[in-house]
Design a protein around this ligand. Structure first.
Ligand SMILES: [Zn+2]
Length: 139
């Protein structure tokens, strides 16, 4: 087991006298945080999908996408100054923001069933929970 301890400490965690062999700076921390936030969205989406047993993209996915990609855009713009990274994240905030707006509008337009008190999708005629007729507002 001594070789394993040596391998983990000397080759993986503390490589060439640096944590993970990385030259750490403020921008490296920001870049890795952006990476971690952006990567974590996959687990959030996966968990939500497994929980509902259908493909679901929760609102948290879009927030993590937005925060992660804007952080990585800043990393590309101000630290790397690399056109490939800048272009990769330059426009992704547009669909992320749009999806957050649509999410919010949809949530605001949900109907509340007078029978059971559960929420129903916008424009529903019947409650998906109890089957009762929903009061529709005509304008
Ligand atoms: Zn109901």
């Amino acid at each position: 087991m001594d070789w394993l301890t040596h391998f983990i400490w000397q080759d993986l965690l503390w490589h060439n006298g640096k944590l993970l062999g990385i030259d750490w700076s403020v921008w490296k921390v920001i870049g890795w945080l952006g990476n971690a936030v952006f990567f974590s969205r996959f687990f959030v989406q996966w968990y939500a999908t497994e929980k509902k047993k259908q493909v679901v993209v929760p609102q948290a996915f879009w927030w993590l996408s937005l925060v992660g990609s804007v952080t990585l855009l800043c990393y590309g713009l101000f630290y790397l100054k690399d056109s490939v990274v800048i272009f990769a994240y330059a426009f992704t905030w547009i669909p992320y923001t749009r999806n957050l707006i649509i999410h919010r509008r949809n949530k605001a337009a949900q109907l509340v069933c007078a029978g059971c008190g559960k929420k129903a999708p916008p424009y529903s005629n019947f409650c998906p929970n109890c089957g009762g007729r929903l009061a529709t507002v005509t304008s």
